[in-house]
Design a protein around this ligand. Sequence first.
Ligand SMILES: Nc1nc2c(c(=O)[nH]1)N[C@H]1C(S)=C(S)[C@@H](COP(=O)(O)OP(=O)(O)OC[C@H]3O[C@@H](n4cnc5c(=O)[nH]c(N)nc54)[C@H](O)[C@@H]3O)O[C@H]1N2
Ligand SMILES: Nc1nc2c(c(=O)[nH]1)N[C@H]1C(S)=C(S)[C@@H](COP(=O)(O)OP(=O)(O)OC[C@H]3O[C@@H](n4cnc5c(=O)[nH]c(N)nc54)[C@H](O)[C@@H]3O)O[C@H]1N2
Ligand code: SF4
Ligand SMILES: [Mo]
Length: 878
Amino acid sequence: MDGSIAQRAIRTTCPYCGVGCGVVATPDGRGGAAIAGDATHPANAGRLCSKGTALGETLSLDERLLHPEVNGKRASWDAALDAVAEGFRRGLAQHGPDGVALYVSGQLLTEDYYAANRFAKGVLGTANIDSNSRLCMASAVAAHIRAFGEDVVPGVYDDLELADTIVLVGSNLAWCHPVLFQRIQAAKARRPTMQVIVVDPRRTATCEGAALHLPLRPGSDVALFASLLVHLADHDHAHAAYLGAHTEGAAEALAAARSIAPRAAEFTGLDPAAIARFCAAWARSPRTVTLWSQGVNQSSAGTDKANAIINCHLLTGRIGTPGAGPFSVTGQPNAMGGRETGALATMLAGHLRFDVPAEHAALAAFWRAPALPTAPGLKATQLFAALAEQRIGALWVMATNPAVSLPNGDGVRAALARAPFLVVSETTRRSDTAGYAHVRLPALAWGEKDGTVTNSERVISRQRGFLPWPGDARPDWWAVAQVAARLGTAFGWKGPAAIFREHAAVTGLARPSRRAFDISGLAQLSDAQYDALAPTRWPVPPHGTATRRFFAAGGTLAPRACLVPTPFRAPVEDVCSAFPLRLLTGRLRDQWHSMTRTGTVPRLMAHAPEPVLTLHPQDAAGLPDGGLVEARSARGSAVFRLALDEGQRRGTAFAPMHWTAQFAPAARVNALVAPHADPVSFQPELKNAAIRVAPFAATWHAFLLLPRRLSADIAPWCAAIPVQGGAWRHELAGSDSPAEAFARLRSLIAAQDAAWQVLEDAAAGVYRAAVLRGGRLLGAVLLGPDAALPPRAWLSALMAGEGPLSIAERAALLAGILPGGPPASPLVCACHGVSAATIRGCGAPDVDGVGAATGAGTGCGSCRPEIAVLIARQPEDA
Ligand SMILES: Nc1nc2c(c(=O)[nH]1)N[C@H]1C(S)=C(S)[C@@H](COP(=O)(O)OP(=O)(O)OC[C@H]3O[C@@H](n4cnc5c(=O)[nH]c(N)nc54)[C@H](O)[C@@H]3O)O[C@H]1N2
Ligand SMILES: Nc1nc2c(c(=O)[nH]1)N[C@H]1C(S)=C(S)[C@@H](COP(=O)(O)OP(=O)(O)OC[C@H]3O[C@@H](n4cnc5c(=O)[nH]c(N)nc54)[C@H](O)[C@@H]3O)O[C@H]1N2
Ligand code: SF4
Ligand SMILES: [Mo]
């Protein structure tokens, strides 16, 4: 184990989404690296999306946590690890094994995940280890287990290219799994008969080029797929031989579907003709893939939604064959690895089960862990409820930011603040959760850490380190092993290869069995073989050949699969006159979760630089487009900039999940969301809060530019935004006296030996100041009575400029706009910095033409759906 520097190109894997793209990183020797897609990786064959392409811009050490800290003070590793061990010893003494916990993440490597799980279940003897995958994949896992007896994704990515029909349910694939979306678009270009159908209340970028978009009522997917199941059965598409040989439960599932189907139009709010078109398209296409994501999983009916989808594939036998199957795509780079290592409260390790005595006994013996828990532990929302009730004496949070990402956000923050003992393993100093920790442990980040991840199609890939270990940062598994040793169990691992071998061996325990997950064929890898491991799809049994797809007719591995009756249930929170809108939350194209990495990259921020709430224009009566609005639920409130969009379903709102106290404290979406959970998977309903929206009463609006980032609590509403050249823009609003606010903001940009330009017009409520030194712009604050402030782009560009300003530039500073300059326009192409105005103005008739004329869409390609929309809207706009 070391932290030596690679000097050559290194093959590794992207640390963002579950597509799991291969990356080639070539270190520049100065802490940076050139990034390219790995042409040899089966997931992406060289492609990368906007986030992957910008990985080289996230390697800065500026905001990294580089040393352990105990009670806010720098400490040695020895002191910090002693403190962690002591904290857990105390927690165990006071509360027993049920009163200590770990909360971990799909962004851990498999080796870290395995270590954390063995520590929790094998050393602490608690099943209280849950993962942010509970917020993400739990419903898919539960549905797989109900249908297949095990958590197995039957298909592979190639099926998306081989299919004739692809149904995307609750998935904004164009933004969230962009490389899979590009693979589908490329296949469609080669084979235009292929069709895509999108099931999503919103018209998203994913709808671009789709044959059909079904904007169903949120939460109603079960009704749509019940209709489909009935249609398939009644039109002779049931596969009798497959049903007879491989399944059970078809009659019961069909009976349940028949009780719902007649009311499908009412439940879904869809035109019956659209439902009929959907059913007919699905029925006539034996090669159909139904892919789903968080619009399905993050629901109080998430498991039923997923089983309703799987039922249709089982009824028709369209599963496990080229181009056909249900396909749950994973969110995080190693969501799948967490399920494999069992680092969830509901599973053991290696797909071994609590409720199968022989499997439990085999693992207890292998780990020499007589106290291995016999029953599931607390799931994420239960765990934080227990923390709030002071039932958890010690909690270790690793590679996740629950203060931001859990529902009941304000309650979670209060619980973290009162935690008796909280350890946070982090890469950044700027995580909302780390702010509450008694002990902070510095973890290696992407580019430094070393191990494996598993993507959505069961392919295990290496993440390899190519940068030196900064400061005192160490691998997460190492910190876990050190604490385990202090509590009396030496794991004895010299590096990640040893952990991987042990994990692989666990998958071979308690065999023979029908468990599909078997990588015991990798349990003997040498260190060198592990280092060189090429992307490898599981299963990898020790003998014989591996299955590529699961559950096909006639397949040998298939256990009897179950069709599951899925009753219809609406979301837990009812919309009513007090809270008439449904809040859909989700992702933006260029941001990753709590923005600790992507939020510091100017070109990634430029695509959606402020927290925005989207409404349909007809739901926004009296609300100002572009103004600030306050959303309120029964739980809490949040303030966003309002955008109107005809593509938003009437009666719904959308807001991104990304904004945190570091970037926009007032716009944390989970302050609004309640912790209602699916009764089977315990996954919370993160998408269906009932809210109302009202104008946010501000007496002034402002923006402030500085070469550094200010704490985002400088005004009642603030969004901190990095801009090119190292400057930060702060969008602000407040309801106190504008003159006092201006004085306060001016004091924040004060500089020595500087020259001020100031304009104050109290009657108009307009206050502006710019500060210069040596002819260069050091900062500016522009404040006014409403949101109609000058565009920000020109002043931001001046901040980034090298030389002194020209006379014309200085004269225009307080106007905030250079006479005759280009109009402000939102960025569309992050790779080439091309704005919407440039794309509209170039006159090209299609996306490729725009590319030739402006370069837009020719980089990573993530913006191509938006370019297509811009061109299509051209005639209307004119
Ligand atoms: N850019 C980017 N990509 C990411 C991530 C990121 O942070 N940023 N995160 C990764 C992770 S961890 C995950 S889990 C995935 C998530 O990937 P997705 O699931 O694709 O992303 P979301 O935006 O959360 O939600 C998808 C869609 O569900 C719709 N929806 C809401 N309610 C319903 C419903 O009741 N039914 C249906 N059919 N649709 C509904 C929403 O309108 C939304 O468009 O993305 C991964 N990729
Ligand atoms: N309302 C709403 N809420 C949601 C969602 C939604 O759609 N709507 N989506 C949910 C889903 S699907 C997910 S997956 C979650 C994601 O939510 P989180 O997991 O809370 O979000 P991240 O920002 O990815 O947090 C990862 C943290 O780990 C740190 N980190 C990165 N690499 C490492 C490492 O190697 N080691 C350590 N120790 N730390 C590291 C990062 O700096 C970051 O602070 O959010 C969930 N919450
Ligand atoms: S699609 Fe983008 S974010 Fe996802 S793995 Fe590939 S490059 Fe990374
Ligand atoms: Mo996720």
